[in-house]
Design a protein around this ligand. Sequence first.
Ligand SMILES: [Mg+2]
Length: 363
Amino acid sequence: MKITNIQTKILKAPLKTPFVTSLRRVYALEDLVVIIKCDNGSIGYGEGAPTPQITGETMGAMVATIEYIKPHLIGREIEDFDALIGLIHTLIVKNTTAKSALEIALYDLKAKSQKLPLYRMLGGTQNTFRTDITISMGEIDKMISDCHAAVALGYDTLKIKIGDNPSKDVERVTAIYKALDKNIKLRLDANQGWSPKESVALLHALEKQDIIAEFIEQPVAADDIEGLKYIKERVQTPLLADESIFSLSDARRLLEMQAIDYVNIKLAKTAGISQALKLADLSKSFGVKCMIGCMLEGPISVAAGIHVASAKADIITMLDLDAVSLLSSHPVETSIAFNESEIVLSDAVGLGVKYTGNTPNFN
Ligand SMILES: [Mg+2]
């Protein structure tokens, strides 16, 4: 099964409502689909969303990276899978989202060649999952009404985006907590918005009111490893690292320092599925559970994340894979059921998705 062509297409999809974090405000999804064709007619799909604020990649950078790697993959056999994955990682450093998109397409092809759903090929059995949904940062009344709307759709776990103003953040979380039933779990994500001292003061202010979130995600700058450790030693609320962990060595350092409670795995940070699986194994060796998350991205790469969650279901116990539910439409046929908080994998071979190539009008 020889690779004969690799194409990229820009996928555009409108969001139901703007997506707002302490790092950015986004009105529509624009990401990159990778399509790998083989001589037997088999097609593999991959995808990744450029998120310059987090991975440093623009759309142009992603396209250029894939064009750079492409001639090294064309003419090669899918059966040389490990060598192909190795090539992607050795030809160029960083550029993690572009590499992930390529890897996802190769895994799709390999699973199709074995006539297996990807999660089965990776050793997974679980096919039904529950995800949280992200509540964008904003004014308190709007955040509370968004929370109520999410609960009405069946979500029992809400990821609250905060981080632009520590005192307002305490007000936001307190008001949201009081407005919701106590069986609704809150995850907090500050996207690097606070200093270590602000983090401790803010979390203490919440903890004094018995508001203990399932975790606080990435309160401080990605490279402030000592800051994470400082916070972990002083608060009850569990600490999850997101932007601080791209590579296995990033994770190993934090895990050895016992600076965090949980790891957020995202394919766009690990440069694809192969390293995500290893990151889950590494976390497990330290007894640390993982969440699998996504960028604001489309159904193909979110599907890949769900297959990885199934493969490592014993250690990836939390899902933050709501991106498909944030889109009002998208040009991807999928056999995966995205029913808001519930996601169900099918027995379709590979990822179980197909890019239909129609770019919707949303201007
Ligand atoms: Mg995050």
